[in-house]
Write a protein that binds this ligand. Structure first.
Ligand code: DGL
Length: 267
């Protein structure tokens, strides 16, 4: 068993994974967390499977060197392309965001017709589709890459005419196909939850993969490696591969909290 006071490691291609960080920190405040945003190489969502897997391996190495007891791959694209190799290579539990999101979507759907939105990489990998069908072999899955949601979220354009129009354009086809559940399969999409909800209407349940993942992390911590039993708040460490100041400025909207210290790391 790992040392219970060792930190959790979380990585993402940049700021987006802070939506996953926030959910984990809310659910398990006593855990210390080391977060790595690979801001020098973001975005992952447009890159090839091999490149994303290689980037993910180097991120994992940085976090392993910090002595983490568990690794959370907060990036959906990296979860799609690198989870298998990381699980094979690392001696600690490794959790991605796809399986928890898929599982929750299956629990939520009544019509057995689930929509999934994400980066082009995530959608093209077919991993959400496979994972959903593992839990519900008879489910129908309709997908749509929504790449413009990423820059909109980072620019803070999360309300108003522009994101509303983009959301309608992206989502009208999925709605016409009759989905009753929609997985937000990208770190950035929780920031656009309101406009997405408006575009799909009240009869479609939104599944936040970040939220679902925090539940799975708690589960793994309690069963596979030791949860921190302390009562105070764990330490939070933020690492980036480029532009710490931008990470602080943009990241606070994803974390819903100020980020004071960010350390640059070379990988
Ligand atoms: N973090 C990525 C994801 O969840 C979105 C941003 C990117 O393309 O790197 O897939």
């Amino acid at each position: 068993m790992a040392n219970s006071s060792a930190p959790l490691g979380i990585f993402d291609s940049g700021v987006g994974g802070l939506t996953v960080f926030r959910r984990i920190a809310e659910r398990m405040p006593a855990e210390s967390i080391v977060y790595l945003g690979d801001t020098a190489r973001v975005p992952y969502g447009t890159k090839s499977a091999d490149t994303v897997a290689r980037y993910a391996q180097s991120c994992a190495e940085v976090l392993m060197n910090r002595g983490v007891k568990m690794l959370v791959v907060a990036c959906n694209t990296a979860s799609a392309y690198a989870l298998d190799v990381l699980r094979r290579e690392l001696p600690i539990p490794v959790l991605g965001v796809i399986e928890p999101g898929a599982k929750r979507a299956v629990a939520a759907t009544r019509a057995k017709h689930i929509g999934v939105i994400g980066t082009a990489g995530t959608i093209n990998s077919g991993k959400y589709q496979d994972s959903i069908r593992e839990y519900a072999p008879d489910a129908r899955v309709s997908t749509k890459p929504c790449p413009l949601f990423v820059p909109l979220a980072e620019e803070g354009w999360t309300q108003g005419a522009v994101p509303e129009q983009v959301a309608r354009e992206y989502l009208s086809e999925l709605c016409a196909q009759g989905i009753d559940t929609l997985v937000l399969g990208c770190t950035h999409y929780p920031l656009l939850k309101d406009v997405i909800a408006q575009a799909v209407g009240p009869n479609v349940v939104l599944v936040d993969s970040a939220e679902a993942t925090s539940e799975s992390v708690a589960d793994v911590l309690n069963h596979q490696c030791e949860a921190n039993k302390g009562s105070g708040q764990g330490a939070r460490t933020f690492l980036v591969t480029d532009a710490p100041e931008t990470f602080k400025r943009v990241g606070k909207h994803f974390l819903k909290d100020e980020i004071t210290d960010v350390e640059w790391v070379d990988i």
